[in-house]
Design a protein around this ligand. Structure first.
Ligand code: GLU
Length: 434
C-alpha cells in the first residue's frame, strides 16, 4: 500500500492521559490495537483498513408480544473484517447492547480467530432486549425476525453466528431453521453452538471454559506455580464461568469463590463445584447457597487468591479496583473484562493477564470444528474435539508468550501483535481491490 500520503496514526499508549472514556469498549479495543500496531510499525494504509469495520447493520425487529401488542426491538450485526475467511461471532441479547459495543466485540472476534489461527474473520450481533422479561415464544419471534432482517449477510461462507451473552443452543436452532426455510434446504453450517442432535459439535458447550482451564494451566507452568494449593476465584457462573470452575477443580486447583448476578460465595478451603452447579440448577441463583460465606460481587475481584477468572461482563477490572487485585494471574473468560487503564496498573503490579482474545478463544475454536464437521457431514467423537482444542490452545498460548517475550510486552499486547500480523499478512497478499 502507498505510503505517500502517510497520516500519522493515533498512537495511544493505554494510559489515563490519552484514554478518555474508560467504559467505551470500542475505545478500549482501539487503544490496545493502536499500541500493538505501533510496536509492529504497521503500514499506515493497513492501519487505516484494520481500524475500520467492514459492515455495520442496524435493523428494527418488530414482534407481537404474548399480550397481542406490537413491540419493536433494535438489532445490530457488525462484520469487522473478513480477509481471513467468513465472519464469525456470537449474538447477544441484552439491555446494554450498543453499536459501539458490538463493533468492539466484532473486532475482538477478528483478533481472536487470528490468535488461534482459524480461517475466520470477525463479527458480532446483538439485540437490545431484556430476556428475563420475555417468554420463550417471544424470544423465538425476536430470534427469527432478527435472523430474517440480517439474512443477506448470513451464510456458511459469509457470516456465521453463535451464542453469546443470554443466547443459547435453542436460539441457534431457530436461526438455523429460519435461514434454512429461506434457502429452501437445510443449512446446518450457517450457525454454530447448535444442539448436538442437529449438527452441533460434541464439546462445544464446554469449550470456552475448557480453553480457560488449559491456558491457566499453561500460565501456571510458565510462572512455575504449582497446581496443588493454587486458589481460584471465578466471576460469573454461566456457561463459561461454571465450566471453567468445574474443570479447574478437576485439574487440582482450589476454587475458593464464584459469583453470579445474585452475589458471590466464598470458602477458603475450596467449594465443591458440582454441588454448587446442582444448587444453581435447582434454585437458579447462587445467593441461597448455604455451604459457604456470602461476599459481595465486587469483593470477589479483589479477594485473596492466585488466579482470578472474570467470566461475566465487560469493564469489571478498572482503574478504580485494579490496584486491589491480589491474584497473580488473570484469565479473561469474558470479552473485555479489563479496561485499558487497568492494563497499565496490572502490568506495573506484575500480574500476568491471559487476554480475552486468547483465554476465551476455546469457544470459537470448537465453533470452527462444528462448521468443519457440518460442511464435511462427518462428526468427531468428544475426545477428538477436546484433543484438537487442547493442541490449538497450547500452541496459541506459546505463540503469544513468544511474541510478548520478543517485544518485551504484556501477553495482551503480544496477542494483539500476533493477530494483527496474521490479518495484515493476508491483506498484503490479497492486495487492494479497487
Ligand atoms: N460468543 C463467543 C465468543 O465471544 C463464541 C463465538 C463463536 O463461537 O463464534 O467468543
Amino acid at each position: 500500500m502507498s505510503t505517500a500520503s502517510r497520516p500519522t496514526p493515533l498512537l495511544i499508549r493505554p494510559d489515563k492521559e490519552t484514554f478518555l472514556n474508560e467504559a467505551n469498549p470500542f475505545e478500549a479495543m482501539m487503544s490496545r490495537f493502536d499500541y500493538a500496531a505501533q510496536r509492529l510499525s504497521l503500514d499506515p494504509g493497513l492501519y487505516k483498513v484494520l481500524r475500520s469495520p467492514e459492515k455495520q447493520i442496524i435493523v428494527s425487529v418488530p414482534i407481537l408480544r404474548d399480550t397481542g401488542d406490537v413491540e419493536v426491538y433494535t438489532g445490530f450485526r457488525v462484520l469487522y473484517n473478513t480477509s481471513r475467511g467468513p465472519a464469525k461471532g456470537g449474538i447477544r441479547f441484552d439491555m446494554n447492547v450498543t453499536l459501539d459495543e458490538v463493533k468492539a466485540l466484532a473486532a475482538w472476534m477478528t483478533w481472536k480467530c487470528a490468535v488461534v489461527n482459524i480461517p475466520f474473520g470477525g463479527s458480532k450481533g446483538g439485540v437490545i432486549c431484556d430476556p428475563p422479561t420475555l417468554s420463550n415464544a417471544e424470544l423465538e419471534r425476536i430470534t427469527r425476525r432478527y435472523t430474517s432482517a440480517i439474512i443477506e449477510t448470513l451464510g456458511p461462507d459469509s457470516d456465521v453466528p453463535a451464542p453469546d451473552m443470554n443466547t443459547n443452543e435453542r436460539m441457534m436452532a431457530w436461526i438455523m431453521d429460519t435461514y434454512s426455510m429461506h434457502k429452501r434446504h437445510t443449512v446446518t453450517s450457517v450457525v454454530t453452538g447448535k444442539p448436538v442432535e442437529m449438527g452441533g459439535s460434541l464439546g462445544r458447550r464446554e469449550a470456552t471454559g475448557r480453553g480457560c482451564m488449559i491456558v491457566t494451566r499453561e500460565a501456571l507452568k510458565k510462572l512455575r506455580m504449582p497446581i496443588a494449593g493454587t486458589r481460584v476465584a471465578v466471576q460469573g457462573f454461566g456457561n463459561v464461568g461454571s465450566i471453567a470452575a468445574e474443570l479447574m477443580e478437576a485439574l487440582g486447583l482450589t476454587v475458593v469463590a464464584v459469583s453470579d448476578k445474585s452475589g458471590a460465595i466464598y470458602n477458603p478451603k475450596g467449594l465443591r463445584i458440582k454441588e454448587v452447579q446442582q444448587h444453581v440448577k435447582e434454585h437458579r441463583f447462587l445467593s441461597e447457597y448455604r455451604e459457604a460465606e456470602s461476599i459481595g460481587n465486587d469483593e470477589l475481584l479483589t479477594i485473596d487468591c492466585d488466579v482470578l477468572v472474570p467470566a461475566a461482563l465487560e469493564n469489571v477490572i478498572t482503574s478504580k479496583n485494579a490496584r486491589d487485585v491480589k491474584a497473580r494471574i488473570i484469565c479473561e473468560g469474558a470479552n473485555g473484562p479489563t479496561t485499558a487503564n487497568a492494563d497499565r496498573i496490572l502490568e506495573e503490579n506484575g500480574i500476568f493477564v491471559i487476554p480475552d482474545i486468547l483465554a476465551n478463544a476455546g469457544g470459537v475454536t470448537v465453533s470452527y470444528f462444528e462448521w468443519v464437521q457440518d460442511r464435511g457431514g462427518y462428526f468427531w467423537d468428544e475426545e477428538t474435539v477436546n484433543q484438537r482444542l487442547e493442541r490449538i490452545m497450547v500452541q496459541s498460548f506459546d505463540e503469544v508468550a513468544a511474541m510478548a517475550g520478543k517485544h518485551a510486552s504484556s501477553m495482551r499486547i503480544g496477542a494483539y501483535m500476533q493477530a494483527i500480523e496474521r490479518v495484515a499478512a493476508v491483506h498484503r497478499l490479497r492486495g487492494m481491490y479497487a
